[in-house]
Design a protein around this ligand. Structure first.
Ligand code: BDR
Ligand code: CA
Length: 313
């Protein structure tokens, strides 16, 4: 089976690992990388996307997208987590390629329209590019095969606020449009990704298996791992963005439920994802009016990690 995907990303250490999977997995056909601000500024995101595919010896179209959120003011990039260059502040080789002459939203629309019913959008950053693509061509809702989002949290609580996950928090207005657009959608949030911890030995195995790309992953892991040690007291890191690809190729490793999602866009809970399970009657219907989607409620963490390591070692 082959999975044609567009990978929408803000690389970012865990994004970089997921990009390596998208570039290497024999069943993934990577049609393009679309970039967004988030872990880094937009120009850095685009540079990193170009670099990572060049280091893997591939020429993948890279289309640059959102430089900031739709409505709220932008928060500074989290340099303490991913490094100022998004890849753990290591020295990086020069990039030779250039971004596409069209922007991310246009690239998404054209690519989806060229292969109706075939393309899966995998988005692992703030969701401005998908929101812009929807605005450009609302008909892509019927033309995509599926949308897989790394973002949100159902019962796990947040990672940037008590209730919000970073990708949704960074642009809750975009997330609200994307999560309620009515396309076939799966949310792979913290309820699943926090079950998955990549150990230092796993990181070494991946780095050793990926040539020049592996050297960059190795340097960036060192920085990312330090953050996890300080913030969560774990020796390792959560491979958030790789989990979206793991769900696409190995959905049996995840527990999911169908329900209605909505996003809190303002106030102290901004960025929170609210999930009303299908068929569950609450005191009124306001949480159950959005289209049905699928949300991950858990994952077999060790098996997901093994899949990541087996793909990249
Ligand atoms: C998400 O936020 C980003 O920092 C990571 O790359 C991942 O996409 C995890 O909350
Ligand atoms: Ca990301």
């Amino acid at each position: 089976m082959s999975y044609p995907i567009i990978f929408d990303t803000d690389p970012g250490v865990d994004d970089a690992q997921a990009i390596a999977i998208a570039l290497r997995h024999p069943e993934i056909e990577l049609l393009g990388l679309t970039t967004t601000y988030g872990n880094v500024d937009i120009n850095v995101a685009t540079r990193n996307a170009l670099l990572l595919s060049e280091l893997a010896g591939r020429r993948i179209p890279v289309a640059q997208g959102a430089a900031g959120p739709l409505v709220k003011p932008r928060h500074p990039a989290p340099a303490h987590i991913h490094g100022a260059n998004g890849l753990g502040n290591i020295d990086l080789p020069e990039v030779h390629g250039r971004a596409e002459p069209i922007g991310a939203a246009q690239f998404i629309v054209e690519t989806v329209r060229a292969r109706p019913g075939e393309v899966t959008l995998v988005a692992v950053g703030p969701l401005g590019n998908l929101a812009a693509a929807l605005q450009l061509d609302p008909g892509i809702v019927e033309a995509v095969k599926r949308v897989v989002i790394m973002g949100g949290s159902i019962k796990e609580g947040g990672n940037v606020s008590p209730v919000a996950e970073a990708n949704i928090f960074n642009d809750p207005h975009a997330a609200s449009r994307v999560l309620t657009a009515g396309w076939p959608l799966t949310l792979v949030g913290l309820d699943a990704t926090h079950r998955c911890v990549l150990s230092p030995a796993d990181m070494d195995a991946i780095a050793a298996g990926q040539g020049e790309l592996g050297a960059v992953l190795k340097g960036s892991y060192a920085f990312y791992r330090e953050f996890y040690q300080q913030a969560l007291s774990i020796d390792g890191c959560c491979p958030h963005d790789s989990c979206a690809l793991a769900w696409l190729l190995r959905p049996e490793l995840f527990t999911t439920a169908r329900g209605h999602l909505s996003v809190v866009t303002e106030g102290d809970a901004a960025g929170q994802t609210l999930f009303a399970p299908e068929g569950r009657a609450f005191i009124d219907e306001r949480w159950s009016r959005t289209p049905l989607v699928e949300a991950c409620l858990g994952a077999d963490g060790p098996a997901v990690v093994q899949w990541i390591v087996d793909t990249l070692k």
